[in-house]
Design a protein around this ligand. Structure first.
Ligand code: MLT
Length: 406
């Protein structure tokens, strides 16, 4: 039986699976080590009380004739779609039609699956370092050539480092798709509206698509930073935006996200212009049976006044952790980025240490788990990511331990 050679030839494991494997091996060899995990960005705060209540109530009502719901609509219930349009977009001056919002089981599946709409030979650009799903999902489809010396031969890398202030350069040649994520995972940095406009203008001129991952938008604290790419004029013609309840509302285990595909975004098939919205509808109705009713009710509660207040308390809690990490590391002489509009702090490794070596050092000497920058791409080498998603107590303890081994 013939298998997918592109998946078979992917390098190593998926980044967070690889880290999990190494941590498990360490824990087995050192069962008494009290590890603090600031690696994968998984939340620790419980689901907001009013959101959990709606979730439980609607789940219980599924056991009654009146409250039972079968298959959910393929693209999401109108009550959730309307809440998103009204509470998440209208206040920013963005008007959307209901058919432009697609509810899913999360932003990771959305950004991973979206590439099914791209031509087999579509040219892809990513910021570097980058959330690995954009790269790996395109590599699985055979779009990125071969992997040599830590780089894909067919991928256009847009390096983001301290030297350019983490502002990605424009692609040096034509590409069909650019992935942007702001607030950025992994660097925690943001772009202003003017900086994003440069990309939107370029995409319009080049007939390229921007896939904009806004999973961390709830963490934006600075007023002039846009929460949606559609705050930039012209974005409605060339951008798809992916959003998530995972980090906003603690849904990493519940699973719910949404993707905005304006009907005005088109690409080419031969000489014809085709709507990506139409293609995604076609794909989704074939491959998905939607997201469960209780999950969508719980997600809608995130936009209700009490739900919103509760989830923003958790966001503030995590942002305070981020500030504890950044301040503590800076006091110890580290160069740090992010952590202001983001739950991620991106630090330069001490003395130019390789990021996987720093990972091993922290694991062994500080019993702290982080994420090596190189796992996010070649320009991540020499950097290390720490998440603010643990408890305040453990975050403080982790900072003490890390600074103790620097
Ligand atoms: C991360 O740590 O980068 C994220 O948790 C991964 C994800 O959201 O899938």
């Amino acid at each position: 039986m013939k298998l997918n050679a592109h998946i078979a030839s992917l390098p190593a494991g998926y980044l967070f699976a690889e880290i999990g494997k190494r941590v498990k091996a360490y824990q087995t060899a050192h069962p008494d080590a009290d590890l603090i995990r600031l690696g994968i960005g998984d939340v620790t705060r419980p689901i907001a009380p009013s959101v959990a209540r709606v979730f439980a109530d609607t789940a219980l009502k599924m056991g009654t004739p009146e409250g039972f719901h079968g298959y959910a609509p393929d693209y999401g219930y109108n009550f959730l779609i309307d809440a998103i349009i009204r509470a998440d977009y209208a206040p920013r001056g963005v008007s959307l039609k209901p058919e432009e919002v697609f509810i899913s089981d999360g932003a990771k599946p959305d950004v991973g699956n979206l590439q099914e709409l791209f031509g087999a030979d579509a040219r892809i650009a990513v910021t570097d370092p980058v959330y690995p799903v954009y790269v790996d999902s395109n590599a699985m489809a055979g779009r990125l050539g071969s992997f040599d010396g830590g780089r894909w031969s067919g991928l256009c890398y847009l390096p983001c480092t301290a030297e350019n202030g983490f502002i990605p350069p424009l692609p040096p040649e034509h590409v069909d798709v650019i992935y942007l994520c702001y607030p950025n995972n992994p660097t925690g940095t943001v772009l202003t509206k003017d900086q994003l406009k440069v990309f939107v203008d370029w995409a319009l001129k080049e007939d390229a698509l921007i896939v904009y991952d806004a999973a961390y938008k709830a963490f934006i604290t600075e007023k002039d930073i846009p929460q949606s790419i559609y705050e930039v004029p012209g974005a409605e013609k060339c951008c798809i935006e992916c959003c998530s309840f995972s980090k906003t509302a603690g849904f990493t285990g519940v699973r719910c996200g949404y993707m905005i595909i304006p009907t005005s975004v088109t690409g080419t098939v031969g000489n014809e212009r085709v709507s990506l919205n139409r293609l995604w509808q076609r794909r989704m109705s074939t491959k998905s049976n939607g997201v469960s009713y209780p999950v969508q009710c719980a997600a809608a509660q995130v936009f209700a006044p009490d739900g919103h207040r509760e989830v923003m308390e958790s966001i503030s809690y995590y942002l305070n952790n981020a500030s504890v990490i950044r301040t503590g590391l800076e006091k110890a002489g580290c160069r740090c980025f992010g952590g202001v509009n983001s739950p991620y702090v991106w630090m330069q490794t001490p003395d130019g240490m390789k990021s996987w070596d720093f990972f091993d050092l922290l694991l062994d000497k500080a019993h702290v788990v982080g994420t090596p920058g190189e796992g996010f791409g070649p320009s991540g080498e020499g950097y290390f990511r720490l998440t603010a998603f643990n408890t305040l107590e453990k975050t403080k303890e982790a900072v003490e331990r890390v600074t103790g081994v620097l």
